[in-house]
Design a protein around this ligand. Sequence first.
Ligand code: WT7
Length: 655
Amino acid sequence: MGEAKLEAWLEETRTFQPSAAFVAQANAHAAIYEEADHDPERWWRAQANRLVWHKEPTKILEWESPFAKWFADGTLNASVNCVDRHVEAGNGDKVAYHWIGDGEGERRTITYAELLCLVSQAANALTELGVKEGDRVAVYMPMIPEAVVAMLAIVRLGAMHSVIFGGFSADALASRILDSGCTFVITADGAFRRGAASPLKPAVDEALESCPDVRAVLVVKRTAGEIEWVPTRDHWWHEIVDRQSSTHEAKFFEAEHPLFLMYTSGTTAKPKGIFHTTAGYLTQAAATYYYVLDVKAEKDVCWTAADIGWITGHSYIVYGPLINGATQILYEGLPDSGGKDRWWKIIEEYGVSILYTAPTTIRMLMKWGDELPAGHDLSSLRLLGSVGEPINPEAWIWFYETIGASRCPIIDTWWQTETGSMMVSPLPGVAAAKPGAAMRGMPGISVDVVNEAGQSVANGEGGYLVITKPWPAMTRGIYGDPSRFQSTYWDRFPGKYFAGDGAKRDKDGDIWLLGRIDDVMNISGHRLSTTEVEHALVGHPAVAEAAVVGASDDTTGQAIVAFVTLKFVKDDHEQNHAEIIEELRQHVAKVISPIARPRQIILTPDLPKTRSGKIMRRLLQDVAESRSLGDVTTLTDPLVVNMIAGLMESSSNED
Ligand code: WT7
């Protein structure tokens, strides 16, 4: 988001007040800010009562910067908190998930009682396969109920899941399995995308060639495709899970017992295993689901339209909603599987009342035209939410007016894989909203915007977003690398957690997020590091050097533009260039994921560097976004930049 553009928006900011009807029924009320401010630790202790404890904690926070322990002497089981409790409370018949397959006709409804049976059977099967407390289990699956069941069964046993988005390549899967020492993998034979089956297990087979410690692979049959089978290692889900007993007695674990790992990109080529533990994470996921998504378990139909392979899916499809006993939509397909009005059909058919999604999807739906939503009854909607990147006011207003009929508050929620749960957001029914602003820290969360020197900025000024006090769902570190946790997040502003985002306080003191200030890109709400993509490019035998930038893009927020110098140039024939560019794009998709495939690759004989030899990425970003070039006096050869700008203009190798 450009500074000048933002400035213009701020000038004419419109403020949206929640309706009296919404305020009257909202879960949140203004007093909770004061309550939480007055004594944040007591506030969080009260929120921890949303969990069922085997042993109630007497401790709240133990803080040895940068490592926190929350509720440390309590004991509980995460899976029991999500499932068993609701059955025990007599709500077993309540629907937990309405699963909707990629194809039109595929439906499955799972009640809490049924979920308990499935999770118990899966826990028994995993036990039979040898999974035990402390193990790491990789989950590489499409959006099918078994994915949720697998996660809950793993944590039920006190093991940790490491869910890896199904769009990641075999290489990416292997490096994550190795980094965390996973010894089991749960996957499916394939997945459906717009009606077509695509295999998933071959990527697991390929990954496991370099992961000798993986002892067993559990495979859900989702498609009819033939797959390779390793009899000593592979097990069909339907053969081993279905025959298990549907009861399983859960053990209880300490509050700080490891819960899961979620890999995310940092500024280096190596993704970080973000480590989360049990009670603090569950407390904040549940409390934010209650106050920010305003869930009324008795009547709402909630839809977090995200993949369980990302933190949004963990916190707001699995843990937060289940603890609250919510009824949800679990949708396998893409927004246009079976037609571009698929989402609106689902909302109409199921009476979805709460819809939480990402700006990139909102922009895509907006581009498909107003006639599609207009053709459906969306009057069941009462709250809309956005997450993953700054939402541009145009998309916000479209979402508000066209989808929410100017009736539904919008929550713009800022948080990260590392924060575990929502951190900055307006509370619906309490705070006014401004299109494009995440507004203020949530009750019990202390955020600030600071300048280079770490001092709070005044209203109307910009700086860096920091979190000034520990919070329950905060990551307990980077798996296997405690010093990297300190240096990445805590060294820049001593005593404060630095998120990596630029931010601004407007004249009213409300917070606007301005995007990453480091070398992390945000492509359709997915985090990728420039270094990671450069690394992949340089891994190709023809590439000598690569520089990657995130250039702003109308739909995906940012898109990847790569500047590449080749080791050898066969001849200067254009045909040849087009071929190598396509080969490099496919190479990145294969090494990392199709998400990381550059929108554009510019072959250049040279890259602009400072006298000390550093590639000038900022300048390349200007070139990629066709902005006027700033100060180039430190360049060894200013001509290089002009040459690249020329190449950029004559190239257009988008999809
Ligand atoms: C980064 C975290 C949170 C779950 C999905 C992404 C950006 C996230 C917002 C928002 C502006 C946002 C930040 C953050 N981001 N939400 N509402 N407004 N920016 O999780 O992959 O860990 O990425 O996403 O840059 O640092 P993630």
